[in-house]
Ligand binder design. Structure first.
Ligand code: PEP
Ligand code: MN
Length: 348
């Protein structure tokens, strides 16, 4: 937003008055010598009328937003089929294994998720793996096992679309389609997934700016998705002790400034199950609407991401603490989870 000032206005005074309204501004030099201010994106939303009323303000220009469809979903409660998000609901829990490994495993996982109070079963039928020799998912049969397990326990399904091949099957079996971090800017996939006409959970790219992430969300909505949910799963950092760096500032910005639905994934953010309860709570404190968590009935045997998989007991303990209003969740004592042995499991 741009604010033009009267010729005789004292810029510093106008800036102070605007700051009092929650608007952070930067001074602009215009060619014709007119004094103007640009409003920084992290400012509070203030009506044009209130800005015009500030002494020294001549005119206010609001440029068209680069993401009008996202703006239209801002601050609204969105329908995800089995649940809603973005209203004043209790924190939403989506959980399940990293990968769907067998019919038995996904059934056990669905039962755990249900007992934890989760509303969505997560799990990959198609897994993006750093090595071409790692387990990359069972594909279509896994989608069927997952749907059946979720239906048996009254859960929704969230699963990743890895590419355009097999996408119709993913769309047919899922309630929410996940776009993984590696695909956040795969624009042809974003469009194709959007055309499925379902809600999409868009994970943040490992090195994506928030602007890039928002615009990727706009791509999904422009394609035809009914809603886009942003999932912060950690960005690349220099320190290998945690798998990624959970960006809580991004969570707060998306939720409180852009008013978008946000989910935090502490499993991929940390890569360590013992840190998950702590960052789950931090994510909710920053404004997240819910959590995406990995759980495995036998984490030591997991074909991917074992060290970050919670046990059944830990997920149920954590899940139970979420069945309360947000403020109470933050007041509860933390549950404690033991770390995995350093050599177990394999990261994706
Ligand atoms: C996942 O959720 O299973 C996954 C692969 O996550 P990410 O894309 O965040 O690595
Ligand atoms: Mn995983």
């Amino acid at each position: 937003m741009l604010i033009a000032l009267n010729d005789d206005a004292r810029v510093k005074d106008v800036q102070s008055a605007l700051q009092g309204l929650g608007l952070w501004t930067r001074r602009l030099e215009t060619e014709d010598g007119q004094q103007a201010l640009a409003v920084e994106p992290h400012s509070t939303a203030v009506s044009i009328e209130r800005i015009r009323a500030v002494d020294g303000v001549a005119a206010v220009f609001r440029p068209a937003s680069p993401h009008p469809r996202l703006d239209a979903q801002a601050g609204r409660a969105l329908d995800l089929g089995p649940a809603r998000i973005g209203g004043h609901e209790k924190p939403l829990l989506m959980a399940g294994p990293c990968a769907i490994e067998s019919q038995e495993q996904v059934n056990e996982a669905a039962e755990i998720v249900k007992r934890a109070g989760g509303l969505f079963l997560r799990g990959g039928a198609y897994k993006p793996r750093t090595s071409p020799y790692s387990f990359s998912g069972h594909g279509e049969p896994a989608l069927r096992w997952m749907r059946a397990a979720a239906d048996r326990h009254g859960l929704g399904v969230i699963t990743e679309a890895l590419g355009e091949a097999g996408l119709d099957e993913v769309i047919a079996h899922a309630d929410i389609i996940q776009i993984g971090t590696r695909n956040m800017q795969n624009f042809s996939l974003l469009k194709a997934v959007g055309q499925g006409g379902k809600p999409v959970l868009l994970k943040r790219g490992r090195a994506a700016t928030i602007e890039e992430w928002l615009l990727a969300g706009e791509h999904v909505l422009a394609g035809g998705a009914t809603a886009v949910i942003f999932c912060e799963r950690g960005i690349q950092s220099f320190d290998p002790q945690t798998r990624n760096l959970l960006d809580l500032g991004a969570v707060a910005l998306l939720k409180h400034v852009y008013k978008q639905p946000v989910i935090v994934d502490p499993s991929h953010a940390t890569g360590r199950r013992d840190l998950i309860p702590h960052l789950a709570r931090a994510g909710l404190a920053a404004g997240a609407d819910g959590l995406l968590l990995e759980v495995h009935p036998r984490a030591d045997e997991a074909l991917s991401d074992g060290p970050q998989a919670l046990s059944a007991g830990a997920l149920i303990g954590l899940g139970q603490s979420l069945r309360r209003p947000r403020e109470q969740v933050l007041e509860l004592p933390q549950i404690t989870v033991e770390a995995a042995g350093s050599s177990k499991g394999e990261r994706s």
